[in-house]
Design a protein. Structure first.
Length: 364
């Protein structure tokens, strides 16, 4: 089976973990600070703050903006649940707007109508590694005095008109095992703002800057040095991994046939001014039994993923909170149609040819 994702773990990662183990400094040692420095340079920001997961990054980023009960945060339902649950953790209310059919990302034209006196932030998700249309999003945020918290968990290294994601507002990244670079579990917050960075660090570590002096009620959402060591070894290979993902995606886009007598398929569009980092290569199968198509591919040895089959507003906890009835037609349609194919850097030419052959053979 060609897996849908595959972490690339080599001697550098093994060695990095051993060094930390042998140093005895498993937590709060030098590796987290080194990874933070590396990440800030990757994103072009003044600060990067290492935390325990992408979810923790989002949670802290919202709290450090003072977002809480009574506040509203605008986001999309076509995302991993953590984009939404992190808002709920703070006591604030997610306000959903629909996505753009071609990019899978927030439709900036719909943001203005969702703004109320309670709106505190916009939380765009750079889904699958494609940046959101940050120009209009930042303009709206500035006009209304809103924070922008970028869910860049899937998009490390992506650019919008030459600027890195995570450097427009506050960036939240995941280093979960299947991400473009990973540390097993882990997350990063990026910002240029000194006071904001300090608040994030306080929330990450029990509200402490000086030992046992607590300036606020924080959490334990720290990153360990073991995780940071893996992340550092991976970060050194970010450009190489991204380049391979881009080459794989270009091959799939060129060789997958959109129309055959047996089915219609929509391949991802590529836009000028966007550097897509292809965390996922996601096609659409309109009018098809998508789950049957996934089975056909799996039986032929091609791993697939459905990201995501249910929009967040239709998930049980949100339905119980009174969401669910709001029509979000594009998100609902894409949740029925999408299927992701392997695009990760461990694919070889034979793998790519096999994926193309089987996708072109699909009938549904
Ligand atoms: C869009 C998005 N947001 C948030 C997260 C949460 O990241 P983590 O799994 O590191 O908590 C993920 C990870 O899967 C994600 O894909």
């Amino acid at each position: 089976m060609i897996p849908i994702s595959k972490p690339i773990i080599g001697e550098a990662e093994n060695q990095a973990v051993l060094e930390v183990l042998e140093s005895g400094m498993l937590v709060q040692g030098p590796r987290v600070a080194q990874l933070e420095e590396k990440f800030a340079s990757i994103c072009g920001t003044k600060y990067a703050i290492g935390v325990s997961s992408g979810t923790a990054a989002l949670h802290i980023a919202l709290l450090a903006h003072g977002i809480g009960p009574g506040d509203e945060v605008i986001t999309t339902p076509f995302t991993f649940m953590a984009s939404v649950s992190s808002i709920l953790y703070t006591g604030a209310r997610p306000v959903f707007i629909d996505i753009d059919e071609d990019t899978f990302n927030i439709d900036p034209a719909l943001i203005n109508n969702a703004i109320t006196s309670r709106t505190k932030a916009i939380l765009p998700v750079h889904l699958y590694g494609l940046p959101c249309d940050m120009g209009p999003i930042m303009a709206i945020a500035e006009k209304h005095g809103l924070a922008v918290i970028e869910d860049a968990c899937q998009a490390i290294g992506a650019d919008y008109h030459g600027q890195r994601v995570g450097s427009f507002g506050v960036g939240c990244f995941s280093l979960y095992a299947t991400k473009n670079i990973m540390s097993g579990e882990g997350g990063i917050i990026t910002t240029d703002d000194d006071a904001y960075a300090r608040r994030c660090r306080l929330i990450r570590n029990h509200g402490m800057e000086r030992r046992y002096v607590h300036e606020c009620i924080g959490y334990n959402l720290r990153m360990s040095d073991l995780h940071a060591a893996i992340g550092l070894a991976q970060a050194a290979r970010l450009d190489e991994f991204t380049e391979k993902r881009c080459q794989n995606a270009a091959y799939l886009n060129t060789h997958i046939i959109p129309y055959t007598p047996n089915r219609t398929l929509i391949t991802p569009k590529v836009y000028d001014g966007y550097r897509h980092v292809w965390h996922q290569y996601t096609i659409r199968l309109p009018g098809c039994d998508r789950d049957a198509a996934a089975r056909q591919l799996n039986e032929a040895g091609i791993g697939t993923g459905i990201f995501y089959p249910i929009p967040a507003n239709k998930q049980r906890p949100l339905v119980e909170l009174g969401y669910g009835e709001q029509p979000l037609p594009v998100s609902e349609q894409l949740a029925r149609e999408v299927i992701s194919l392997p695009v990760h850097p461990a694919l070889n030419q034979l793998d790519l040819e096999k994926i193309v052959t089987e996708v072109n053979r699909l009938s549904c």
